[in-house]
Structure formats: C-alpha cells, structure tokens
Design a protein around this ligand. Structure first.
Ligand SMILES: [Mg+2]
Ligand SMILES: [Zn+2]
Length: 186
C-alpha cells in the first residue's frame, strides 16, 4: 500500500473517501498512465471545491495495478499524483491523503480493493468511524470494498443509465452525490 499524507494530522473532522479513476477523472480501459492521460470531470472538480468550502476532507483510495503490470512508470505515477492534487487545488478543492494499491490481482496483496485495508487505513489516519463514512466509487469492486469495510458505498454511474443499485445508492455524477449526501449540512 502506497500512502501519501498531506499533513501529519487530519485537518478536518468530516471526510469523504473517493476512488480516483472514473470518479475524479475519466478512466481508460488501457489504464491512466501519465498526467497527459488525466482528463478531469469538470463537475467532479466543482464537487471537490464544494467539499473543501464546507469543511469536508477528501481522501483518495485507488487501485493502480498498472504500476506492477509495468505499464505505469514510477516517475509518471507521482507526476500524475502531484498533477491531480494541483488541479484540484486550482479548483478550490483539496486532497488530504491518498492510498494506492500498486499490485496486480495475482499478487494477492491485502490492499487491492475490494479488500477493505485502504479504507481502514484512511479511517485511522482521519480518526473517523468507517460505519459513519461514505466511499464513492464507480465500480462494483468499490462497492464491495465499502461493504467489506462496513462503510457506506456510493456509486457514481455517469454514463450508465441504471441508477437503481440494490446495495448502494447510485448517482450520475460526483456533484450529484455530494449534494445529495451533504446538501442539508452545507
Ligand atoms: Mg474507478
Ligand atoms: Zn495491494
């Protein structure tokens, strides 16, 4: 598990956990391999600004098996990480921490989602209870990871039309999800 912490201690009291590819930026079937391939969803950047302005910290939790598949170079990976942080900040948002799994499925690591390890680690850093925490992702394995961690899964469906998910509420965009989850407390 790769861990990046923006500060030694959490700056917020409330946090939203987010998958990255397919939630903050457009995912690619051949992996998002460099900063040049990171295409942000404008509405997601807006959502991240809204969260920061309302005192809700954001933590990224992302499988990045492209690293150990040999498809993503380490320099490119960290440049992407810095680039995402920078662009989010330009939009008025902030990422407080990021947890990445670099492993391939066949390595049978403990961190790759749907395992709950990265969610647990992020909740320990943030000092929050998984049961009171939302994890927003775009894939079934994200919802499984949320279930395995005992936290609340929120599925971002974007191009899919079926918004009814038996196990987790589904939203078309991250902005829709954020407004729905926190709207009353903004
Ligand atoms: Mg994803
Ligand atoms: Zn792993």
């Amino acid at each position: 598990m790769l861990v990046w912490l923006g500060s030694a201690k959490p700056r917020h009291r409330r946090f939203l956990l987010l998958d990255r590819d397919g939630v903050v930026n457009v995912n690619r079937p051949d992996y998002v391999k460099s900063l040049a391939e990171v295409c942000f969803y404008p509405e997601a950047l807006e959502a991240l600004g809204l969260l920061e302005r309302n005192g809700i910290g954001v933590i990224l939790i992302s499988n990045q098996s492209g690293i150990n598949r040999g498809l993503i170079a380490w320099d490119d990976f960290w440049e992407m990480h810095e680039g995402v942080l920078g662009r989010v900040e330009e939009s008025g948002g902030a990422i407080q921490a990021a947890f990445y799994c670099p492993h391939r499925p066949d390595e049978r690591c403990e961190c790759r989602k749907p395992a709950p390890a990265m969610i647990f680690a992020s909740c320990r850093f943030a000092g929050i209870d998984p049961a009171q925490t939302f994890f927003a992702g775009d894939s079934a394995s994200d919802m499984e990871a949320a279930g395995n961690a005992g936290c609340r899964g929120v599925r971002i469906l974007r191009t899919q039309t079926d918004l009814s998910m038996p196990e987790a509420p589904g939203y078309k965009t991250l902005l829709d999800a954020v407004v729905s989850i926190y709207g009353n407390s903004f």
